[in-house]
Design a protein around this ligand. Sequence first.
Ligand code: CA
Length: 388
Amino acid sequence: MKITRVETFVVKAPLDVPFAFSQGWVHQRAATLVRITTESGLQGWGEAFTQGLEPPEIAAAAIGNALVPVIMGQDALSPAVLWTAMYNRTRDFGRKGSVMSAISAIDIALWDIAGKHYQAPVSALLGGAYRTSVQPYATGFYRLKGQGETARLTEEALRHRESGFRAMKIKLGFGVRDDLQVMHSIREALNDPEIELMIDTNHAYGRSDAIRLGRGLSDFALRWYEEPVVAEDLQGYAAVRTALDMPIAGGENEHSLYGYNALFRADAVDIAQPDIGSCGGFTAVRDVLTMAQANGVMLNPHVWGTAIAQAASLQFIATIPVTHHSLNAAEPILEYDVSSHPFRQDLIAEPWQMENGRVAIPDKPGLGVEVNMETVERYQAQQQTFTL
Ligand code: CA
């Protein structure tokens, strides 16, 4: 079934109130979406994950200039074959970052098409679902000033508890002293050991400060400590992991089976966090899951994109076996971005919500979503169409 049309949509919206994570100020939410059409008229959607500081135009340019010539006219039902072709074509200038996000978007769209063709959710094509719903955790706690926002962040934690979240991830990396103050205040205010906390510094520190922060939180029973050091410092990851008792997580800035192979060989993480919209799509994250299982590493996807990326993440989460089997084994949880995003949910016809502390995993064909073209057009900053 030939690919006959590829469309890219750069969508973005400025934020009324910019927010900061440890690496900088986020002024807009953006995404690179791709729609692929086949000769039979089937269409699939994909999304290239756009980091807070990443211009979405880079992935769109990679798709249009480098990847469309590889996939146009090829068989849409062979996503793995096309993944290999796209990777080989871009190896000398790709492998990481926006080029891999571009490959990811196309791969997700091809799996969406396959699901629609075989009338099955992507999870079924990947071998079946271990679960039909997932517990979400709140990702938020961004800064509006920078340091000294303990009171506001504590209020935010109470709000998430009110909304029904039983797990939340606090953004740190604004100075070890400030970080510790925030964490102690939040724990005291929540006053509930049943609520799981995670921390994420977005690689703000070198090894010694990363370890100092972890030691300061050694009695918090953190579910994980995310991106303690930069993604390149695999030995640093291993050093932090040796020095601290809590599980160390990372991987949102790692890509493909090759990048993850290095991560696992270095014994860098307890929990791998590939983002399906940037690690290479379903085809790559399948490989990463196999390697993680073989190395005794848990896998919990990262997701910070729009509803399309979230749909891909939900399909994949369904297919993740528990890593350390027991009657009460730890299940993967869903990153549920509660930070400001003008069009994340409006992009699809039936946005999901948390109900009774769980999010249901769609079981319709493909990604199981219907995209609102009105929303795409409203936020569209750039659009390109390529045909056979
Ligand atoms: Ca993160």
